[in-house]
Design a protein around this ligand. Structure first.
Ligand code: R5P
Length: 289
């Protein structure tokens, strides 16, 4: 597909510009503002032709970013464009992909259907919370991995690291980074020492005196990472670097993580934050090419 125009929504302006730069494509100006009563106004201010990429993360404020995305997509579709590639670097509502209790809304499914209805013809996202979200779309949907970009950061900033998953669920991410860097990895696990005593520690490796890099897909409240930092401190890691794909960072999450002993925290620019220092622009550009 020949890409002609990149349109960045409010939540992903710089990333959209970087993707356009990587691809040598045009960045389309967009006017997006709120009416005094809070309703959203959107106007596409460029001459749009077939072959459009819309970039919009749907993190906080999720509902506003989603509404803006729907308005952009439907407007482009109404301009007669049929090929609208939609990049959603961070996919909001992605953690409710099934009904866990009777009567619960499956919000990921609703969001997927609305994005499709608004006009998207294909979807690219990054480290979706569940791969199965791709199956909720009828249009082609791709789940890219930012682990190579994070591995590059680790390679440039940490010598001889041990990659640590804060729980078993994140072990796949840690293994991916470790295999790219050809270094060791482990995950934290609760070990029952006696009927009364439980200890959480790296499952296989001795971490004392080593530089540990914690990796997870999302840091939200920071609770998972604070816990992991405390355990690695207890086991005398010499330095702790915390990394994630999506720095959601609710409230004082970042402060809590540093207070728990992290020496460095880094995330990608799927979401704007103080630590979004690894860009996924070339990952997205390569996938779109
Ligand atoms: C869990 O499934 C995810 O991989 C993250 O570990 C989790 O979302 C982090 O949340 P929090 O920062 O609130 O502990």
């Amino acid at each position: 597909m020949v890409i002609l125009m990149i349109i960045g929504g409010s939540s992903s302006q710089k990333l959209a510009a970087n993707i356009a730069h990587e691809m040598g494509d045009v960045l389309c100006p967009l006017e997006s503002r709120k009416f005094p009563d809070g309703e959203r106004y959107v106007r596409i201010k460029g001459e749009v032709e077939e072959g459009v990429v819309v970039v919009q993360s749907t993190g906080y404020p999720q509902d506003e970013n989603l509404m803006e995305l729907f308005l952009i997509l439907k407007t482009i579709r109404d301009m007669g464009i049929s090929n609208i590639c939609t990049v959603i670097p961070y996919f909001g509502y992605g953690r409710q992909e099934k009904s866990f209790n009777y009567g619960e809304a499956v919000s990921a499914d609703v969001v997927c259907q609305l994005i499709e209805f608004a006009g998207a013809s294909s979807i690219y996202s990054i480290n979706l919370h569940e791969q199965s979200i791709c199956d909720l779309f009828k249009i082609p949907a791709y789940n890219l991995s930012a682990m190579p970009a994070i591995a590059n950061y680790v390679k440039d900033n940490v010598e001889d690291p041990v990659i640590i998953a804060p729980d078993k669920g994140a072990l796949g991410f840690a293994q991916e980074v470790a295999s790219l860097l050809n270094c060791q990895c482990d995950h934290l696990e609760k070990i029952r020492l006696s009927p009364e005593k439980v200890e959480t520690k790296p499952k296989n490796l001795d971490i004392e005196g080593r530089d540990a890099v914690i990796i997870d897909d999302i840091i939200s409240t920071g609770g998972t990472i604070v816990n992991a930092c405390s355990i690695l401190k207890e086991h005398q890691a010499s330095r702790i670097v915390v990394s994630c794909v999506h720095p959601v960072l609710v409230g004082d999450a970042l402060l809590k993580i540093f207070a728990a002993g992290a020496d460095d925290v880094v995330g990608t620019d799927t979401l704007k934050s103080e630590v979004s220092n690894v860009s996924v622009a070339s990952l997205v550009a390569d996938a779109l090419k």
